[in-house]
Ligand binder design. Structure first.
Ligand SMILES: Cc1cc2nc3c(=O)[nH]c(=O)nc-3n(C[C@H](O)[C@H](O)[C@H](O)COP(=O)(O)OP(=O)(O)OC[C@H]3O[C@@H](n4cnc5c(N)ncnc54)[C@H](O)[C@@H]3O)c2cc1C
Length: 313
């Protein structure tokens, strides 16, 4: 069967796009390599609570159950996305990992998965900014244990001893605060940490972004570019980290049992009182990375124009 549009990725961006296409009566389908909606959220660490309130975490005004001003647990997002897909009758073909995208002579796209081929005039790539973890090549046999944040679930996975968390974005700070209850924690940061509260004068931070129209700012404007660079830490976890965590500079290298940091003295990977465990947090969150009901970014490939373009919906 040939489609008007194939959407690759059935996360919140893919489902939101599907909803919009359905309203326009387009022939489309969504392909996703996972088994059900919300998988990218389900796989994240057990304690994850969103810093965006429920009323800023909903798609197309489709109600997110619970206190609108409260902050949902990640499992609520999983349930919400499943309900969004089911109640809106969105066609998603699961267990389809897109391996290749090519353009035919007739300019239509051929989308190849592990066991099928689909044809479409347009392809929307909505595979997410955080879905594929980036793991830099710091591998040294002197590191006793290393885990990326995308595989971290809870403190019980981390062996006893000191833990070095590399990356002080929101994920790094949240995991650092959680691990202070069970471990002695060090945190390596590459830039100054700027904190923003979750609420100001009884209103959520995102209400203020809307009110001040910051969330509608064009990402290419001067203000848009400035805001994208900020990447603030949202919430109270940084207060815990400041009190209980040793904060170090950027990791330069790990060699022969020593970790080297910019502006801080090296640390031994095997301390006499335990091990140095490394948790890599490479994906942080950035301010303009939109909460779900604000603009979502898609890369849209159009067969007529033969070039990639960015569409904001
Ligand atoms: C730890 C963490 C905490 C976060 N907290 C917040 C928060 O509080 N508030 C907020 O607004 N945002 C938060 N975010 C960001 C938010 O998760 C993302 O903005 C959002 O998930 C992006 O949605 P998406 O649909 O673009 O991508 P995803 O939700 O990642 O969905 C991508 C989909 O594409 C599929 N896929 C990928 N590759 C392929 C392929 N080759 N073939 C087929 N399918 C494929 C995947 O299976 C997945 O279903 C957080 C992110 C992280 C990592």
């Amino acid at each position: 069967m040939e489609y008007d549009v194939i959407i690759v990725g059935g996360g919140q961006a893919g489902l939101a796009m599907g909803y919009a296409l359905k309203k326009k009566n387009k022939r489309f389908t969504i392909l996703d390599e996972n088994e059900s909606a919300g998988e990218s959220w389900r796989q994240r660490y057990d304690s994850l609570q969103l810093f965006t309130p429920r009323n800023y975490s909903q798609l197309h005004g489709f109600l997110f159950n619970g206190d609108p001003a409260g902050f949902p647990h990640k499992n609520e997002v999983v349930a919400y996305l499943k309900r969004f897909k089911e109640d809106n009758g969105l066609p998603v073909i699961y267990n389809q990992k897109v391996m290749e995208l090519s353009q035919e002579e007739d300019e239509k796209f051929l989308v190849s998965t592990q066991n099928h081929r689909y044809k479409a005039r347009h392809v929307v790539v909505a595979t997410g900014a955080f879905y594929h973890p980036f793991v830099p090549k710091i591998h040294d046999s002197s590191i006793p244990f290393m885990i990326h944040a995308s595989d971290y679930k809870n403190p019980s996975q981390i062996p006893e001893g000191e833990v070095l968390i590399v990356g002080a974005g929101n994920t790094g700070i949240q995991i650092a605060a959680e691990l202070t209850r069970t471990h002695s924690v060090l945190l390596a940061k590459s830039k100054p940490i700027k904190r923003l509260p979750q609420s100001i004068a009884g209103r959520s931070l995102f209400w203020w972004f809307d009110f001040l129209r910051l969330s509608k700012e064009n990402p290419d404007s001067m203000l848009g570019k400035f805001l994208q660079k900020r990447d603030p830490i949202i919430g109270n976890d940084y207060e815990i980290v400041k009190k209980h965590v040793e904060i170090l500079g950027r990791v330069k290298s790990v060699n022969d049992g020593q970790a080297y940091f910019q502006g801080s003295s090296p640390k031994k990977c095997h301390q006499s009182f335990g091990q140095l465990v490394i948790v890599m947090i490479i994906h942080g969150l950035i301010l303009m990375e939109s909460p779900m009901n604000m603009e979502t970014q898609f890369i849209v490939m159009e067969s007529q124009t033969k070039k990639d373009s960015i569409l904001l919906v």
